[in-house]
Design a protein around this ligand. Structure first.
Ligand SMILES: Cc1cc2nc3c(=O)[nH]c(=O)nc-3n(C[C@H](O)[C@H](O)[C@H](O)COP(=O)(O)OP(=O)(O)OC[C@H]3O[C@@H](n4cnc5c(N)ncnc54)[C@H](O)[C@@H]3O)c2cc1C
Length: 461
């Protein structure tokens, strides 16, 4: 067919998958989705790149779908709020179609209003949002269901790494793989996630694209008995609370709350950081969550990733991995030891963490902000500021630098789009998936304008 258009999507994480899902509804478009990592079947068998492969970093994530325009990304900088809400609802519908649980948190308005009032009294802003919890066990199954459906409609190239984007006269022409193959395309969507952010940054530099710097989010993971947070987690599942520290006016927030969850190690190249997740089918006696301090550095600094890695490396240097400390020990300025941790009422769910002293790792400003936040949290969830509360470090969120993008998430090169966490515009499953829908709809709009046959239009829903 003369008018047939082709789209190459780099990255089979949620952003790339949702781009493919939407475009695959139209048989007049050739869609190729390429990922350097392993396919989902291999990943399910434990042949697992943690961040790479079908499903991306989302595949073995906690699978908390948080429907908020304020958290999980910055898409609200590009698209009006009502339109973004519509797109997020479409994302939710798709997850449901492929097997997500029906259960939703964050819809009991009276209870939420009460929590918001208590939070305000303690100087917090509560960001209420609907949450659907897939669980680390369900998430890969849903992605497998999507894979089976998509493989009939689009070309899927796994274990194929893209080296270069081909551009001529500021118009994209395709991509080149590291083994020298060219895949020509009318449209290219780059969705390389956090693991591909460095690659994207280098490609953006090579192509002369302008970029801006995102904040650094650095902090710790906190673990308490689940009962302590139950009044909040039973209503909201994930209470998202924002606080501005009195000492520095820094933005400090809760992040990734895992009721009855597990603290886990996260490996980023040779770096070990901390994270948390929870399952749908099994649970621990604890709840864990991150407290992150957000800092937007200004000129001439432009490498937030290097800064975050540097701090996380300090923890690794001291204890050869993730450090754990009781809050009581941190308070009186002494390190924790195995013996002191064993006396803690809260039993650590991450057994490999090594006791130490986080004040040798975190800059004083971060430590002050984190302690202030924990004290304020104790006012709405008494028991958090306990000697027995466990603090793990370092948790760090790297947000990639953001190429300059239009409202349709197109770069300064025509028909070259970039989306998801790798583009620094999202940081969660829902918004990364939503960014895929925004771009696919824009590509469809452009293809329709290019006089495709009538059959194309008939198939639009
Ligand atoms: C442990 C963990 C838990 C999480 N829990 C949650 C949660 O509960 N809720 C939530 O909303 N979010 C969670 N997240 C975040 C969520 O997983 C990400 O926001 C989301 O996966 C981002 O999607 P993406 O498509 O932009 O990128 P990714 O999912 O990172 O996918 C990018 C893909 O691109 C591929 N790629 C990169 N470069 C290239 C290249 N050059 N050539 C070919 N392929 C390439 C990679 O192999 C990868 O598969 C979690 C993340 C982690 C790590």
């Amino acid at each position: 067919m003369a008018n047939k258009k082709s789209v190459v999507i780099v990255g089979a994480g949620p952003a790339g998958i949702f781009t493919a899902l939407e475009l695959s509804k139209y048989k007049e478009i050739d869609v190729v989705i390429v990922d350097k990592g392993k396919d989902i079947d291999k990943r399910l068998k434990g042949i697992n790149g943690v961040y790479n492969g079908w499903g991306g970093a989302g595949a073995f994530s906690d699978g908390k779908l948080t429907f908020s325009t304020e958290t999980g990304g910055w898409l609200a900088d590009y698209i009006d709020e009502p339109a973004l809400i519509d797109i997020m609802n479409a994302v939710d519908k798709t997850f449901l179609e492929y097997g997500a649980t029906e259960k939703v948190y964050g819809t009991q308005e009276d209870s939420i209003a009460k929590i918001a009032r208590e939070a305000a009294k303690a100087d917090f802003r509560l960001i209420p949002s609907k949450v659907r919890h897939l669980g680390s066990d369900q998430c890969p199954i849903i992605l497998q269901n999507i894979r089976r459906d998509l493989e009939r409609k689009v070309d899927i190239l796994m274990e194929t790494e893209i080296e270069k984007v081909e551009v001529e006269n500021r118009v994209v022409k395709g991509v080149r793989t590291i083994d020298g193959r060219t895949i020509p395309a009318d449209f290219v969507v780059l969705a390389p996630g956090r693991s591909g952010a460095n690659w994207l940054r280098k490609e953006a530099e090579r192509l002369g694209l302008n970029s801006s710097v995102n904040p650094v989010d650095l902090g710790v993971r906190v673990e308490v008995p689940a009962e302590v947070l139950e009044p909040l987690t039973s209503v909201l599942y994930e209470p998202k609370l924002v606080y501005y520290s009195k000492s520095f006016d820094d933005k400090v927030r809760t992040f990734c709350v895992n009721p009855h969850g597990y603290v886990v190690e996260e490996k980023i190249n040779d770096l070990v950081t901390v994270n948390g997740h929870s399952y749908l089918e099994k649970g621990s006696e604890n709840t864990n969550f991150a407290i992150l301090v957000s800092t937007q550095f200004t000129q001439p600094f432009k490498d937030p990733i290097a800064y975050g890695m540097y701090i996380a490396k300090l923890a690794n240097l001291l204890v050869n991995g993730v450090m754990i400390q009781r809050l009581g020990d941190l308070e009186i300025g002494r390190r924790s030891t195995h013996e002191r941790i064993s006396r803690s009422i809260t039993k650590p769910t991450l057994k490999t963490a090594q006791p130490g002293d986080l004040s040798f790792v975190l800059p004083g400003r971060y430590l002050t902000d984190i302690k202030e936040m924990l004290k304020a949290l104790d006012r709405i969830a008494p028991g958090i500021y306990s000697n027995h509360t466990l603090i793990y470090g370092i948790e760090v969120k790297f947000y990639s630098s953001r190429p300059k993008l239009t409202r349709n998430l197109e770069t300064e090169v025509n028909n070259l789009f970039t989306i998801g966490d790798g583009a620094g515009i999202t940081r969660g499953l829902v918004q990364s998936s939503a960014s895929g829908l925004i771009v696919s709809r824009e590509i469809l709009r452009r293809i329709e304008r290019a006089n495709l046959p009538q059959s194309f239009h008939k198939q639009r829903p």
